[in-house]
Write a new protein. Structure first.
Length: 202
Protein backbone atom coordinates (compact mmCIF):
# COMPACT_ATOMS: atom_id res chain seq x y z
CA UNK A 1 0.00 0.00 0.00
CA UNK A 2 1.43 3.38 -1.01
CA UNK A 3 0.70 6.30 1.27
CA UNK A 4 -0.46 9.70 0.10
CA UNK A 5 2.30 12.10 -0.76
CA UNK A 6 3.44 15.13 1.17
CA UNK A 7 5.55 18.27 0.91
CA UNK A 8 9.10 17.92 2.24
CA UNK A 9 10.79 21.20 3.15
CA UNK A 10 14.59 21.29 3.49
CA UNK A 11 16.24 24.41 4.94
CA UNK A 12 19.78 25.22 6.07
CA UNK A 13 22.18 28.12 6.59
CA UNK A 14 23.99 29.16 3.40
CA UNK A 15 27.03 26.97 2.80
CA UNK A 16 25.67 23.95 4.66
CA UNK A 17 25.27 21.93 1.44
CA UNK A 18 21.49 22.03 1.16
CA UNK A 19 21.36 22.04 -2.65
CA UNK A 20 23.80 19.12 -2.92
CA UNK A 21 21.83 17.12 -0.36
CA UNK A 22 18.48 17.90 -1.99
CA UNK A 23 19.76 16.81 -5.41
CA UNK A 24 21.02 13.52 -3.96
CA UNK A 25 17.69 12.86 -2.22
CA UNK A 26 15.81 13.46 -5.47
CA UNK A 27 18.08 11.00 -7.27
CA UNK A 28 17.82 8.35 -4.56
CA UNK A 29 14.05 8.31 -3.95
CA UNK A 30 11.80 7.75 -6.96
CA UNK A 31 8.74 9.23 -5.21
CA UNK A 32 10.48 12.58 -4.76
CA UNK A 33 9.84 15.38 -7.26
CA UNK A 34 11.45 18.81 -7.27
CA UNK A 35 9.01 21.59 -6.50
CA UNK A 36 8.71 24.12 -9.34
CA UNK A 37 8.40 27.77 -8.32
CA UNK A 38 6.52 30.58 -10.01
CA UNK A 39 8.57 33.69 -10.77
CA UNK A 40 8.17 37.09 -12.37
CA UNK A 41 11.71 37.18 -13.73
CA UNK A 42 12.37 36.57 -17.41
CA UNK A 43 13.47 33.09 -18.56
CA UNK A 44 17.19 32.59 -19.02
CA UNK A 45 18.70 30.76 -21.98
CA UNK A 46 17.68 27.09 -21.89
CA UNK A 47 15.06 27.45 -19.17
CA UNK A 48 11.71 25.77 -19.84
CA UNK A 49 8.40 27.07 -18.54
CA UNK A 50 6.80 24.52 -16.21
CA UNK A 51 10.07 22.63 -15.71
CA UNK A 52 12.55 25.17 -14.37
CA UNK A 53 9.97 27.74 -13.28
CA UNK A 54 6.43 28.83 -14.00
CA UNK A 55 7.08 32.21 -15.61
CA UNK A 56 4.28 34.67 -14.89
CA UNK A 57 3.67 38.41 -15.06
CA UNK A 58 3.73 40.62 -11.97
CA UNK A 59 -0.05 41.05 -12.21
CA UNK A 60 -0.57 37.29 -12.38
CA UNK A 61 1.76 36.75 -9.43
CA UNK A 62 -0.14 39.35 -7.38
CA UNK A 63 -3.40 37.62 -8.24
CA UNK A 64 -2.00 34.28 -7.11
CA UNK A 65 -0.99 35.85 -3.81
CA UNK A 66 -4.44 37.37 -3.28
CA UNK A 67 -6.23 34.12 -4.14
CA UNK A 68 -4.10 31.98 -1.84
CA UNK A 69 -2.56 30.03 -4.71
CA UNK A 70 0.96 30.32 -3.28
CA UNK A 71 1.97 28.54 -0.09
CA UNK A 72 4.97 30.87 0.26
CA UNK A 73 6.52 33.74 -1.64
CA UNK A 74 9.43 36.16 -1.43
CA UNK A 75 11.11 38.95 -3.39
CA UNK A 76 14.75 38.74 -4.52
CA UNK A 77 16.59 41.31 -6.61
CA UNK A 78 13.36 42.94 -7.73
CA UNK A 79 11.67 39.70 -8.81
CA UNK A 80 9.01 37.63 -7.05
CA UNK A 81 9.28 33.90 -6.41
CA UNK A 82 6.65 31.61 -4.90
CA UNK A 83 5.56 28.00 -4.54
CA UNK A 84 2.25 27.17 -6.27
CA UNK A 85 -0.17 25.26 -4.06
CA UNK A 86 -1.62 23.43 -7.10
CA UNK A 87 1.74 21.86 -7.99
CA UNK A 88 2.23 20.55 -4.44
CA UNK A 89 -1.34 19.27 -4.13
CA UNK A 90 -1.09 17.46 -7.48
CA UNK A 91 2.14 15.77 -6.40
CA UNK A 92 0.56 14.72 -3.09
CA UNK A 93 -2.51 13.33 -4.85
CA UNK A 94 -0.25 11.16 -7.03
CA UNK A 95 1.52 9.79 -3.97
CA UNK A 96 4.64 11.81 -4.70
CA UNK A 97 6.82 13.76 -2.28
CA UNK A 98 7.29 17.37 -3.38
CA UNK A 99 10.74 18.48 -2.23
CA UNK A 100 11.23 22.18 -1.51
CA UNK A 101 14.78 23.51 -1.11
CA UNK A 102 13.78 26.70 0.66
CA UNK A 103 14.98 29.32 3.13
CA UNK A 104 13.86 29.73 6.72
CA UNK A 105 11.39 32.54 5.96
CA UNK A 106 9.73 30.47 3.25
CA UNK A 107 9.54 27.45 5.54
CA UNK A 108 7.81 29.55 8.20
CA UNK A 109 5.17 30.57 5.65
CA UNK A 110 4.66 26.94 4.60
CA UNK A 111 4.12 25.83 8.19
CA UNK A 112 1.21 28.28 8.33
CA UNK A 113 -0.29 27.56 4.90
CA UNK A 114 0.36 23.80 4.69
CA UNK A 115 0.54 22.38 8.23
CA UNK A 116 0.93 18.78 7.05
CA UNK A 117 4.26 19.56 5.36
CA UNK A 118 7.31 17.76 6.78
CA UNK A 119 10.16 20.14 7.61
CA UNK A 120 13.85 19.29 7.97
CA UNK A 121 16.58 21.64 9.17
CA UNK A 122 20.08 20.74 7.97
CA UNK A 123 22.84 21.99 10.28
CA UNK A 124 26.59 22.21 9.64
CA UNK A 125 28.89 20.17 11.89
CA UNK A 126 30.31 23.40 13.35
CA UNK A 127 30.57 27.13 12.66
CA UNK A 128 34.23 26.67 11.74
CA UNK A 129 33.31 24.04 9.17
CA UNK A 130 30.61 26.29 7.74
CA UNK A 131 33.02 29.20 7.36
CA UNK A 132 35.54 26.89 5.69
CA UNK A 133 32.91 25.73 3.18
CA UNK A 134 31.88 29.29 2.35
CA UNK A 135 35.49 30.29 1.72
CA UNK A 136 36.20 27.14 -0.30
CA UNK A 137 33.49 28.09 -2.81
CA UNK A 138 35.51 31.21 -3.73
CA UNK A 139 32.40 32.85 -5.16
CA UNK A 140 31.92 35.70 -2.70
CA UNK A 141 33.81 38.61 -1.22
CA UNK A 142 34.96 38.70 2.39
CA UNK A 143 32.18 41.20 3.08
CA UNK A 144 29.53 38.83 1.66
CA UNK A 145 30.92 35.91 3.66
CA UNK A 146 30.86 38.01 6.83
CA UNK A 147 27.20 38.92 6.20
CA UNK A 148 26.28 35.26 5.75
CA UNK A 149 28.11 34.22 8.90
CA UNK A 150 26.42 37.00 10.87
CA UNK A 151 23.02 35.52 9.98
CA UNK A 152 23.90 32.01 11.14
CA UNK A 153 22.99 32.39 14.86
CA UNK A 154 19.45 33.52 14.03
CA UNK A 155 19.14 30.79 11.39
CA UNK A 156 20.23 28.11 13.85
CA UNK A 157 17.73 29.45 16.39
CA UNK A 158 14.94 28.68 13.89
CA UNK A 159 15.79 24.95 13.93
CA UNK A 160 13.51 24.39 16.92
CA UNK A 161 10.47 25.09 14.73
CA UNK A 162 11.25 22.22 12.34
CA UNK A 163 10.13 18.59 12.60
CA UNK A 164 13.58 17.07 12.14
CA UNK A 165 17.22 18.08 12.59
CA UNK A 166 19.87 16.54 10.33
CA UNK A 167 23.60 17.17 10.71
CA UNK A 168 25.65 17.47 7.53
CA UNK A 169 28.93 16.09 8.83
CA UNK A 170 29.09 14.12 5.57
CA UNK A 171 26.72 14.46 2.63
CA UNK A 172 26.07 10.70 2.49
CA UNK A 173 25.04 10.64 6.14
CA UNK A 174 22.70 13.61 5.74
CA UNK A 175 21.08 12.10 2.64
CA UNK A 176 20.52 8.75 4.40
CA UNK A 177 18.98 10.53 7.39
CA UNK A 178 16.53 12.39 5.14
CA UNK A 179 15.65 9.19 3.27
CA UNK A 180 14.89 7.62 6.66
CA UNK A 181 12.60 10.54 7.50
CA UNK A 182 10.77 9.96 4.20
CA UNK A 183 10.38 6.25 5.00
CA UNK A 184 9.00 6.92 8.49
CA UNK A 185 6.67 9.71 7.36
CA UNK A 186 5.31 7.45 4.62
CA UNK A 187 4.19 4.99 7.32
CA UNK A 188 1.92 7.50 9.05
CA UNK A 189 -1.63 6.17 9.34
CA UNK A 190 -2.93 9.66 8.50
CA UNK A 191 -1.38 9.32 5.02
CA UNK A 192 -3.06 5.99 4.26
CA UNK A 193 -6.52 5.02 3.07
CA UNK A 194 -7.60 2.22 5.40
CA UNK A 195 -11.27 2.26 4.46
CA UNK A 196 -12.73 -1.01 3.23
CA UNK A 197 -10.69 -4.14 2.51
CA UNK A 198 -7.20 -2.65 2.50
CA UNK A 199 -5.16 -5.79 3.29
CA UNK A 200 -3.19 -7.18 0.33
CA UNK A 201 -4.57 -10.29 -1.33
CA UNK A 202 -2.49 -13.41 -0.73
Amino acid sequence: MQSRGFALVISAPSGTGKSTITKAVLEAESRCVQSVSATTRKPRAGEVDGKDYFFVSVDEFERKKRDGELIEWAEFAGNFYGTPRAFIEKAKAHGDIAVLDIDIQGAAQIRRTMPDAVTIFVAPPSLAALEQRLRARKTETEEAIARRLARVPSELAAAKYYDYLVWNDRVENAVQAILEVIRVESLRISRMDLEGDWLPKV
